[in-house]
Design a protein around this ligand. Structure first.
Ligand SMILES: [Zn+2]
Length: 446
């Protein structure tokens, strides 16, 4: 019996040790590369890890981006808030941790040697990113320049430092995550102008507490520290790359900052631009029910109803078409860019060879920005009793694939299904489904 108790105890201890292990391993995240710094003049960011993939943007020498993963000679980066892409690994240097320069005018050299050509000087107190160490030399990234410094004049920055600074969110939408990693679960979202308390810092990340009670980790690149000095360098690096984008959206950050305080969190849609895309139109009728209901007519009806409801919450709504006209797919996507859409919603009604296929489907393309928008619909669609909810699915649709803005395509019922078709044409369904969409979008921007 006694032996049984000891065995049970031992089992418990082993189980506890196993349960505790992953927590301990997480503490070492500071040692893995977190940042990709561009080392060539101009590099394409592509949709996937390979030259055949479509380029999404260009990045430039010295710009630093958050690193997501490295795979087969390609590096996945976050090249703007919530948008990821791939760049060839040979054009980037990966940094893993920060160090602080202890000597004024510390020489930055091309090679790890006293004979190495001097390519710059670093100032005491400056924070640099560490790429690797070689004997008494450390390869660092400082202000976009890559070079070697004598390791004796660097001290490791504490992996995390306690801080009680305040910061202001300077991205239109910023994810708050449970851990300082892009792969960590999203626990909430902050909007531009929100003030947060910075309670802890790690390279590339701030642990924050928001005034709405959110706490978690955010990318430090999109939080502007108020009157702070520590870690400012690392926060500035990715931000500079994004500045053109931010200024395009917001000519005056300070004005937006004031706006966001006066409007408060209740009016999540105030000032947001939503592009509604009524599928098909003109010569392109889309699907058609056995009773002759045309998809192009139904999508326009839904879009117009949705427009009124969204506007009543203060959103700016743009329709890709407001009459029965043919609008090419490229023009629909262009509208999202032209009007700087905060969200693009394409409305459709489904059709399938199987006459029993029924229900609502949400399609996304981008696994970050689009997927998060898609997720905001699922709870509300599930509650709609009129039609079953089929779920969220990847959809390689032009209006999603070519869209730089968070975009989803909603299939709001099957015209090929006799009972779905009867339901979707009713005022009751149109009211219910548009209310669900509005609430989902409000939730998304909260
Ligand atoms: Zn369609």
């Amino acid at each position: 019996m006694r032996r049984g108790i000891w065995l049970a105890l031992l089992f418990c201890l082993l189980w506890l040790a196993a349960a505790a292990w992953p927590v301990g391993a997480k503490g070492e995240s500071g040692k893995t590369a977190q940042l990709a710094v561009v080392t060539a003049d101009q590099v394409n960011v592509r949709q996937g890890p390979g030259v055949p993939y479509r380029p999404l943007a260009n990045v430039h020498r010295g710009e630093a981006y958050r690193l997501i993963e490295v795979k087969d000679g390609w590096v996945n980066i976050e090249w703007k808030p919530n948008r990821t892409g791939w760049i060839a690994a040979r054009y980037v240097a990966l940094a893993k941790e920060t160090a602080i320069v202890q000597e004024n005018r510390l020489r930055l050299r091309q090679e790890p040697s006293r004979d190495g050509r001097i390519i710059g000087h670093l100032a005491r107190g400056e924070t640099v990113w560490v790429i690797k160490e070689d004997g008494e030399w450390t390869e660092v990234i400082a202000d976009g320049a890559i070079g070697w410094v004598s390791s004796a004049y660097l001290t490791a920055a504490r992996e995390s430092s306690i801080s009680h600074q305040t910061g202001i969110v300077n991205a239109s939408s910023l994810n708050v995550r449970a851990e300082p990693s892009l792969k960590a679960a999203r626990v909430g979202r902050l909007v531009r102008g929100e003030e947060v308390e910075i309670v802890e810092k790690k390279p590339g990340w701030y642990k924050i507490a928001s005034q709405t009670g959110l706490d978690g980790w955010v990318s430090s690149a999109y939080v502007q520290v108020k009157g702070g000095q520590a870690n400012e360098k690392e926060a500035e690096a990715p931000q500079s790359a994004d500045r053109s984008l931010l200024s395009a959206i917001a000519p005056s950050d300070s004005r937006l900052y004031v706006d966001s305080w006066t409007r408060g969190p209740v009016q999540a849609l105030a000032g947001k631009t939503i592009v509604l895309d009524a599928g098909h139109g003109g010569k392109d009728g889309g699907a058609q029910s056995v009773d002759g209901i045309k998809e192009k007519e139904l999508t326009l009806e839904t879009a117009k109803l949705l427009k009124n409801k969204l506007q009543s919450y203060g959103a700016r709504v743009v329709l890709t078409r407001s009459s029965d006209e043919y609008v090419p797919l490229s023009a629909r996507v262009a509208a999202a860019r032209l009007y700087q859409a905060d969200a693009f919603i394409s409305l459709h009604y489904d059709s399938a060879a199987d006459p029993d296929a029924s229900g609502i489907t949400i399609y996304y393309y981008d696994r970050f920005a689009d997927y998060e928008l898609a997720q905001s619909f699922q709870g509300l669609f599930r509650q709609l009793s009129a039609l079953p909810f089929r779920g969220i699915a990847f959809g390689d649709y032009y209006v999603l694939r070519e869209n730089e803005k968070p975009s989803v395509l909603l299939e709001l019922g099957y015209l090929s299904n006799r009972s779905d078709a009867a339901v979707v044409a009713t005022n009751g369904y149109q009211e219910a489904v548009t209310t669900a969409i509005v609430n989902a979008v409000r939730h998304y921007f909260q």
